[in-house]
Design a protein around this ligand. Structure first.
Ligand code: UD1
Length: 356
């Protein structure tokens, strides 16, 4: 049954792809985003890509209870996907209070406004970083959690809060998705990752090297206990992440309470393997040099993705070649991201937004 889904952080990387996926499956989508780390231009691109408009888009911070309540009053929200959060690990160490305020405080405000409006169905954006420095891979949902930085701790705290809320409120249904490393872009090249400043994450950095915006990639360490010594991650195509969220919304009523799932592919890829795959996809070798390890990095994070497959009869379908090909297409078509092209406004300049 089509429903009205409120997507917080809907203009961001994963949020925007999820909106397209929801629209393509007949759902009505309302976006709330404060555009601190996303471009309002993504909203137009969502509608163009899906061929259908959003039901609403609001320039609202999830901590703003009054503004959030107005959105719930205007739209018949059936379920919520909560992406809106700060997500840079390094930044979280320097600005812990801001991270707790936005990620934990924002989730609490959202939960209380949802409750006031009798909305009790939520898909929560969690992270594999809750597992910390994994002792063994692949990681199942039962693997020990041991976050190593404030960002990861905010995600785990939100999970704990959601468990408590589900224990208290019988009508609450929550699916928390711990995703591994989302990369890639929409195959149209219209939507993708648009990091502000120097990318923290490896895939957008590699893409900017390929397009000539950056000279070379620094590979952070080649002395890890992995096959080629570089860090191994479970990269997952953002279209698979988006599909996973849409499928999650459709499974919210499977059972009451909270369930937590990994969202990964189960396949590990090293930094050097990623560099080689991107070189292949772009037809351009990626200049790189080995440098010291990045503080806080772990050797290997790979998901055991079997729980979600068993629960929803759903698995990821896009491989590393597709992730590189689509990231490359987006980078070529948008060499300076969404909004820093001549004649276009910078992110955040368009002010209050609403439509639908
Ligand atoms: C981090 C977070 C994760 C978050 C993700 C996206 C942790 C453990 N992980 O993932 O929660 O979802 O960011 O925001 O907190 N690398 C290089 N050169 C670079 C950049 C990265 O060699 O310029 C290497 C890293 O050492 C690592 C791999 O590439 O081995 C992936 O790094 P990155 O893309 O930053 O993601 P994570 O750190 O795994």
């Amino acid at each position: 049954m089509p429903e009205t889904v409120l997507v917080t952080g809907g203009a961001g990387f994963i949020g925007s792809h999820t909106c397209v996926e929801l629209l393509a499956h007949g759902h009505e989508v309302v976006v709330v985003d404060n555009h601190v780390n996303s471009s309002p231009h993504a909203l137009d691109r969502i509608a163009k890509t899906a061929g259908r408009p959003l039901a609403g888009a609001f320039h609202v911070d999830v901590r703003d209870r009054k503004a959030l309540a107005e959105v719930f009053a205007r739209h018949p929200v059936d379920s919520v996907i909560h992406f809106a959060a700060h997500k840079a690990v390094g930044e979280s160490v320097g600005h812990p209070v801001e991270y707790y305020d936005t990620n934990v405080g924002g989730t609490c405000t959202l939960l209380s406004v949802m409750h006031e409006h009798r909305v009790h169905r939520l898909v929560f954006s969690s992270s594999c970083s809750v597992y910390g420095d994994a002792q063994t891979v692949p990681l199942t949902e039962q693997s020990p959690v041991a976050p190593t930085n404030p960002y990861a701790r905010t995600k785990l705290m939100c999970e704990r809060i959601l468990e408590d809320v589900c224990t208290h409120l019988a009508e609450m249904r929550v699916l928390a998705l711990r995703y591994f490393n989302p990369v890639g872009a929409h195959p149209s090249g219209r939507l993708g990752e648009d990091p502000q400043g120097v990318p923290n994450n490896v895939m957008p950095y590699v893409a900017q090297v390929a397009v000539g915006r950056r000279q070379k990639l620094s590979v952070f360490g080649n002395d890890y206990p992995t096959p080629d010594g570089t860090g191994v991650r479970d990269y997952i195509h953002v279209m698979d992440v988006a599909e996973g969220h849409r499928v999650a919304v459709e499974h919210l009523d499977d059972r009451p309470g909270m369930q937590t799932f990994n969202l990964g592919t189960g396949t590990g890829t090293s930094v050097l393997q990623l560099v080689a795959a991107f070189g292949e996809a772009s037809g351009r070798p990626i200049p790189h040099q080995i440098v010291d390890r990045r503080p806080g990095d772990v050797a290997e994070l790979v998901a055991d993705a079997s729980a979600v497959a068993a629960a929803w009869d759903w698995t990821t379908t896009r491989d590393l070649a597709a992730m590189c090909r689509d990231a490359w297409r987006f980078q070529q078509l948008n060499p300076h991201g969404y909004s820093r092209r001549p004649g276009e406004a910078a992110a955040g300049e368009t002010g209050e937004l609403s439509c639908g």
